[in-house]
Design a protein. Structure first.
Ligand SMILES: [Zn+2]
Ligand SMILES: [Zn+2]
Length: 203
């Protein structure tokens, strides 16, 4: 849930298109049946990587409960990863649609479910892969050497990873006498900017 204090009385605009999230959340039934016969191996492909995230974990997830299994997978993976007390950049697709395009840019157009996890910049897979790596003890080795988690809750954003845009006060619109209302370019569709204190590679 979004509980950032608002200066205006208007409610936060709805998150971006729910359809996009649904596309990501709904598993392709054919895909899973074909892969279940083969031994499940984490999809380790070093070409799928996030530049500039060498010393931390990056998790793409959703805070929306639209699809229950996806929501539960996201929560489970986040709590497994948090248990290692290393630096994690959690990218909530419900907070900013640019995370979706970012993820598609890395993994390509093929259908992906959430969560998606990158450790030290390298793609590790989703909930299934992370659970398996955790059970075999591999995960502990993989996170070894990553930066330590920032102590306590971020003082900048209170742990939400986003701040209300200063330019438009979260309305995502700017008014000038010359042009009237125009879209604020400093923030995302929810009038938020990524917290500069706890997010790497801000937009
Ligand atoms: Zn922060
Ligand atoms: Zn703005």
């Amino acid at each position: 849930m979004l509980r950032i204090h608002h200066t205006s009385a208007s409610p936060l605009p709805l998150p971006f298109s729910f359809k996009d999230i649904h596309n990501l959340c709904c598993e392709e039934p054919n895909e899973s049946s074909s892969s279940s016969t083969a031994a499940r191996q984490p999809e380790l492909d070093s070409s799928l990587s996030i530049p500039g995230a060498d010393n931390r974990i990056v998790v793409y997830f959703t805070s929306l409960r639209a699809v229950r299994s996806t929501f539960e997978d996201c929560s489970a993976v986040r709590s497994i990863l948090r248990g290692f007390h290393v630096s994690i950049d959690e990218r909530d697709l419900a907070m900013d649609s640019r995370f979706l395009s970012e993820l598609q840019g890395i993994l390509g157009a093929r259908k992906q479910t959430l969560p998606r996890v990158f450790i030290g910049g390298r793609y590790m897979g989703g909930a299934e892969e992370i659970r398996q790596l955790h059970e075999t003890g591999e995960l502990k080795k993989l996170v070894n050497g990553l930066a330590a988690a920032e102590p306590g809750t971020c003082g900048g954003c209170g742990g939400y990873r986003f701040l209300l845009c200063h330019d438009c006060n979260g309305s995502h619109k700017l008014y000038t006498q010359k042009t009237g209302f125009k879209t604020c370019t400093a923030c995302n569709e929810n009038g938020l900017i990524r917290c500069p204190y706890c997010s790497c590679a801000p937009f």
